[in-house]
Design a protein around this ligand. Structure first.
Ligand SMILES: [Fe+2]
Length: 88
């Protein structure tokens, strides 16, 4: 996770203009969401295999929240932000 934050800081320092930075921030946020999706998905699967149903359900809820956040970011990027960045 720290590596993702460091990468974002480097990328933002290289980009000029708010439109490009907005697109880069969304891309970085989606990397974090994907990282979280992998982590919660794996943990939920392991909990299920260990028979820890309550834990599995909680982890699955978190997994779904991360997927929802990723979908919101995708809508933002595709709806406006990426087009503004391409026009910049
Ligand atoms: Fe998240």
């Amino acid at each position: 996770m720290q590596a993702l934050v460091n990468e974002t800081e480097k990328m933002l320092a290289m980009l000029k203009g708010n439109d490009l930075r907005d697109a880069a921030l969304i891309a970085s946020a989606q990397k974090v969401e994907h990282y979280e999706i992998a982590a919660y998905g794996t943990a939920a699967a392991l909990a299920g295999q260990l028979g820890l149903r309550d834990d599995q359900l909680l982890l699955h809820e978190s997994l779904e929240e991360e997927k929802w956040a990723d979908a919101v970011l995708t809508r933002l990027a595709k709806g406006e932000v990426n087009q503004d960045a391409l026009a910049a």
